[in-house]
Ligand binder design. Structure first.
Ligand code: P6P
Length: 340
């Protein structure tokens, strides 16, 4: 990827344009949408970095569709990503964790938008007050309802393998945007000095195997037997296969996944007594993360079916989620088969 003016820095916008040139048939609409996502990420990042200072923490007094207290930053992030995506003129409707129903745009450019946009605007927001990193997760599909008509919920109930693009923003020790358009995974780190996302992790590949397992072991008694047996497998002493593994879990999906993506590892959120279908949402959490994982050489499933092959039935549908290094996901599948 050649940087302009001889600099080593390749900004997100430059990268998007360079990649678009590789696809002459592309008309720039997805590029424009990705640019607007980057702008919203910078705005949200600025607010999050000051969260502890401007008393933006705390409950907004509302309760979202998940029955969770909505914090002001959730609302802020939802509003800004909605506005940025609408401003791109490429999206005709949005599904968000914060909205029970889809939000359709019926004015001007947006009504004819070719895409629909799914997002969890601020995942892990319960961690904000304790300064643990949080993230935005997004997923983009081509609409299937006729252009020019009002978008329909069926536009969002497509299997994950039909995603056009997906990714996340992690607001951590540094702020990164990681995404795929089906041609590998690339990571961009925000340089606050110039206010640009710069290509820092080109062509991310996740290790085939790893030594990190991420699961909330507080739910152990409620896990399926196969998961219990896999956890014990991770904890056994076997120097040859580098066990016992390391347990790392911070309760923020984007952060737990991003660490495992770069270092190798597996993240598991199985069905539990309090979440009989799992806790994580298929459309705007599991599918986008699964797309990134697969494009980086990893795997993602609900324990039996590839996540991106699941046909969604509901906008806020939850599924069990097993995602990460392919050999580790294969191994937990073996235990789930042996101990159904
Ligand atoms: P638990 C955050 O609320 C979230 O949706 C994900 O970011 C995270 O992986 C998961 O829930 C943590 O859930 O039940 O372990 O606290």
């Amino acid at each position: 990827m050649k940087a302009s003016a001889g600099y080593q820095i390749v900004t997100l916008n430059e990268f998007i344009i360079n990649r678009q040139e590789e696809h002459p048939e592309a008309k720039g609409d997805l590029s424009r949408l990705l640019h607007h996502i980057g702008v919203a990420a910078k705005i949200v990042n600025k607010k999050i970095n000051k969260a502890g200072l401007v008393d933006i923490l705390g409950e907004a007094g509302e309760v979202n569709v998940q029955g969770e207290e909505v914090k002001k930053l959730d609302v802020f992030a939802n509003d800004h990503f909605m506005a940025a995506v609408k401003a791109s003129g490429e999206v005709c409707a949005i599904a968000s964790e914060e909205n029970q129903e889809i939000v359709t745009f019926n004015d001007g450019l947006s009504r004819d938008g070719h895409y629909v946009f799914c997002m969890d605007p601020l995942d892990g927001s319960s961690n904000i007050e304790v300064n643990v990193s949080v993230g935005t997760i997004f997923s983009i599909y081509r609409r299937i309802s006729p252009a020019g008509e009002r978008a329909h919920v069926s536009d969002f109930l497509q299997s994950g393998h039909r995603q056009v693009a997906a990714g996340y923003v992690i607001y951590g020790s540094s702020t990164m945007m990681v995404y795929t358009t089906g041609n590998g995974v690339d990571g961009f780190t925000l340089d606050p000095g110039i206010g640009e996302f710069c290509l820092s992790h080109p062509r991310i590949r996740t290790p085939d195997d790893g030594r990190i397992y991420s699961i909330n072991e507080g739910n152990y008694v409620h896990f399926p037997m196969g998961v219990k047996r896999y956890i014990k497998y991770c904890q056994e002493i076997d120097p040859e296969s580098h066990r016992p593994y390391t347990s790392r879990y911070i309760g923020s999906l984007v952060s737990d996944f991003h660490r495992n993506l770069l270092m190798g590892g597996i993240f598991i959120y199985p069905e539990t007594q309090s979440a009989p279908k799992g806790k994580l949402r298929l459309i705007y959490e599991c599918n986008p993360i699964a797309y990134v994982a697969e494009q980086a050489g990893g795997m993602a499933s609900n324990g039996t079916t590839r996540t991106m092959d699941i046909v969604p039935s509901d906008l806020h549908q939850r599924v069990p989620f097993y995602v990460g290094s392919s050999r580790m996901v294969d191994k937990v599948h073996d235990f789930l088969r042996e101990f159904p």
